[in-house]
Design a protein. Structure first.
Length: 239
């Protein structure tokens, strides 16, 4: 069964991003922000508690230290420094999971860190170093260094497909600082095709290979709840 997951818990202080309450009943797994691109101690605790109420598993969604840029700007960072950055964030979330009697389900890098790990060996190895410590699966993109490095290091790898992002002609994600609204019907159709045929139509009209062990919806997509509902209805048809 394909997992439906969502990047969430991305409010900060008095500011709220995304409808976590509306999204949580529609997903299986929450990728919770850990404070470096979004969230804070109160939002992390609140999101973990909400996930527990709905029986949703929780994974860590750590990022580069870029709160101002929402983790969607690249930076130069060495393997050891990045590992420490990841331990700090994942450890914080794990503390809140422990407080709620829950376990850490996985690690999924956020934003630019996700893209860097897909193509830069030292970054991918730093992510795997963190997984060595926390001993959980890693989410990423098939056919990239995510899969190559993580599996070579002996980690369980979960390949994601994105319901609300476009793909380029090389099969890479087109990541923008702000997400536009997505047509729910088009998103659900693309997800079904990714699952059944293992391809997605790129912005250039090319079918590129994908693998959808998990389908991701971003909580900061303006109509995220509608997209998540359409995807769930498509991949989990009612009897």
């Amino acid at each position: 069964m394909t997992i439906i997951n969502c990047d969430m818990g991305e409010g900060f202080g008095l500011y709220h991003i995304g409808d976590d309450k509306g999204l949580m009943p529609l997903i299986d797994v929450a990728n919770v922000a850990c404070g470096f691109h979004a969230s804070d101690f109160n939002h992390m605790r609140k999101t973990v508690h909400l996930a527990k109420q709905h029986g949703v598993k929780v994974g860590a969604h750590p990022s580069l230290p870029d709160l101002q840029g929402f983790g969607r700007r690249e930076m130069k960072i060495g393997r050891e420094e990045l590992l420490n950055c990841l331990i700090y964030q994942i450890g914080a979330l794990k503390g809140f999971l422990d407080a709620e009697g829950m376990v850490l389900n996985h690690i999924k890098p956020h934003g630019s860190l996700y893209g860097m790990a897909a193509r830069m060996e030292d970054i991918a190895h730093a992510v795997a170093d963190a997984a060595d410590i926390f001993r959980v699966p890693l989410f990423g993109m098939a056919g990239t260094l995510h899969e190559q490095v993580y599996t070579a290091r002996g980690h369980i790898f979960v390949s994601e497909f994105y319901a609300d992002l476009d793909y380029n002609d090389q099969g890479g994600l087109i990541i923008t600082r702000e997400h536009a609204a997505t047509d729910p019907a088009a998103a659900s159709t693309a997800c079904l095709r990714a699952i059944s045929d293992g391809v997605v139509r790129s912005v250039g009209g090319v079918d590129v290979p994908v693998r959808a062990d998990a389908i991701c919806v971003h909580s900061d997509t303006p109509n995220a709840v509608a997209v998540a509902q359409a995807v769930r209805d498509a991949v989990r048809p009612r009897a």
